[in-house]
Ligand binder design. Structure first.
Ligand code: URA
Length: 211
């Protein structure tokens, strides 16, 4: 497993505004999209491509195209939905499959409550969107689900990670060379309620309100 922390002043600036309690929901949503587009640029560095011959108005030349099968973007409901627009802006030809995973607030284990993904993901590069890698339970469940269905590589894009969550993902699926985590920052720790510290609070609530 590889972990890539995007080290860029624009990422740091947007993340700082996201963290602030005073940032209202519309600004939070907008900044999440912008941040994801920056992270997506890093996350797609090894996206599968092929060489193609093309004609410019001046000459025949070799260029690069994304190859088939199309990449699969997998937002984890609910908070991952807030990252979808920022991802598909950069990757408009991707397919989008949905996975509804919720953590049981007592056991902190992941429960699947919705699944709209093909059974066969053979050869597909998958991009999982989940803003907070906290305990890691949700992400481990998502990665295992995709690998079991044949995904060729799973890249998880998160806004924030807790060291505890990274360790859990590493222990569960770290032996797969074809798993990458791309994040804006690794924070200090988890608190006893499973929140990332200093974090940004409940990402789903800040995007969509407490419902
Ligand atoms: N999920 C969130 O939305 N925030 C956290 O800090 C941890 C999990």
């Amino acid at each position: 497993m590889r972990v890539h922390v995007a080290d860029h002043p624009l990422v740091a600036h947007k993340l700082t505004v996201l963290r602030q309690t005073s940032t209202p929901s519309p600004v939070f949503r907008q900044l999440t999209e912008e941040l994801v587009t920056l992270l997506a640029y890093e996350a797609t560095r090894e996206i599968a491509v092929e060489r193609v011959e093309i004609d410019t108005p001046v000459a025949r030349t070799l260029g690069t195209h994304l190859t088939h099968p199309r990449p699969m973007v997998v937002p984890i409901l609910r908070a991952g939905l807030g990252m979808l627009e920022g991802m598909t802006r950069l990757l408009p030809t991707a397919e989008v499959g949905f996975l509804g995973l919720q953590r049981n607030e007592e056991t902190l284990e992941a429960i699947t409550y919705a699944n709209r993904l093909p059974d066969d993901l053979a050869g597909r590069q998958c991009y999982v969107l989940d803003p907070m890698l906290a305990t890691g339970g949700t992400l481990v469940a998502a990665i295992q689900y995709l690998i079991e269905r044949g995904a060729r590589h799973v890249t998880c894009i998160t806004l924030l990670c807790a060291p505890e969550g990274l360790a859990t993902v590493e222990a569960a699926v770290g032996h797969h060379a074809d798993v990458t985590i791309v994040t804006a920052a690794v924070d200090e720790r988890l608190n006893d309620k499973g929140y990332i510290v200093p974090g940004l609070g409940d990402a789903g609530d800040r995007l969509y309100g407490v419902v």
